[in-house]
Write a protein that binds this ligand. Sequence first.
Ligand SMILES: [Zn+2]
Length: 77
Amino acid sequence: MCGDFMPALLFEGVLRIRVKDSVFYACGYCGLVYESKDVAMKCAEFCKKHGGCSIEIERMSIGRIEPLSFRLTRIKP
Ligand SMILES: [Zn+2]
């Protein structure tokens, strides 16, 4: 997958992204992108629980975005 994406909404650990006229769903933990929201939610659930991807689910992915980091890096103490 290529092109700019617009993150739109995060729900249940899943990020809804738009690439041109298509909508995809990315797992907020590993960044794998799926056409189906249900699969993306399964991936997010699995990643959250096991800290890694299921090969079965990963197989259905159509691409990957940079995994999201919600960590705050402080630049001032
Ligand atoms: Zn995942």
